[in-house]
Design a protein around this ligand. Sequence first.
Ligand code: HEC
Ligand code: HEC
Length: 318
Amino acid sequence: MKTVLRIVAGLALLLLVVVVGGYLWASRATASTLARTIDTHAVDFPIPWPDVGPGGELGDSAAASVDPRQAALERGAHLVRARYPCADCHGENLGGGVMMDAMPVAQAFGPNLTLGEGGVTRDYGPSDWDRAVRHGVGTDGRPLAMPAVEFRSMSDQELADIVTYIRSLPPVDNTVMPFRTGPIGKMLVATGAFGFSADALPHFDDHAAMPPEAGPTVEFGAHLAATCAGCHHTHYAGGSFPGEPGWPPSSNLTPAGAIGGWSLEEFRRVMREGVRPDGTEVAVPMTYILGLGQAMSDMELEAIYLFLQSLPATETPD
Ligand code: HEC
Ligand code: HEC
């Protein structure tokens, strides 16, 4: 009997040592991953965007004698409501929101982006915005938990317009808790299962100054569809992607998928109402995208449709 007890006690002690040791290793590895300093280039662009072309010619708003700041503000509002899901994680008023609140994995709250108390962007210049949004790196150089890969192809003009819009919002007083990992999250970071955008992005390549000309074209559609690649992948053939347990794999958006047989009208309906031509509804998290779809213009959805239809028919990889 005593020997059995001794063996059990010995095993329990061993398990404790493994668990504690693993935890200490993971928490040290996570701390050093998060404490790294990542160098990025310095950029400069005017905020608000003056709406003057590269040759000094006046942009649409100037030609129509609209105040350029007002034009920038309207473009920025559209970008945040229809094209980029900033509000999904930073809150409807951009005064702070939730990306994930799932201890013992992690808590990642989108910080307050407004000019109120606790707003993290109050002293931001163009380089700070560039570093956070297009590189996934904080002002202090550490990698951010924010997925930024989809924002990589955002042009200077779009980023400036988004900033003009954010700065016009009513200031919200709200201090948001910094990113925290629990024991499971630490294991995921330590083993590399949770990756940071900063490690997947180039940090010294130039960004485009302007987006491609807006219109129902494949080129403009490719620009808009960059935000779909986070879940549908850059090949757009869908498959599994990081997310919450229970989420389905993303659909194949190349002509090899069901979409290959849909008309433009049918595609718009899926994007705005979440209902497919066969009457079935799309599941979470695609439902989170419907707000963007509703705010997109007919022309924007047409451009995405044309781009997707122009892709080579590709089977979803295993
Ligand atoms: C999927 C959720 C998500 C989306 C979408 C998102 N963010 Fe974030 N963002 C976060 C989280 C979480 C943090 C804090 C990360 C950290 O501290 O590691 C953050 C941090 C930031 C920061 C602060 C960086 C710093 O120095 O602390 C800025 C600025 C920012 N986001 C801007 C934006 C803008 C602009 C958009 C839209 C173009 C956007 N974010 C979209 C989740 C998101
Ligand atoms: C947060 C992840 C995510 C993002 C971002 C996202 N999708 Fe999806 N999408 C999904 C998932 C998951 C499904 C599968 C839903 C289901 O099985 O019901 C899906 C399904 C779809 C479908 C239905 C296709 C079919 O064959 O049934 C279309 C169309 C679609 N997405 C288009 C887009 C477009 C266009 C964008 C970018 C504007 C986009 N999605 C962005 C996750 C996403």
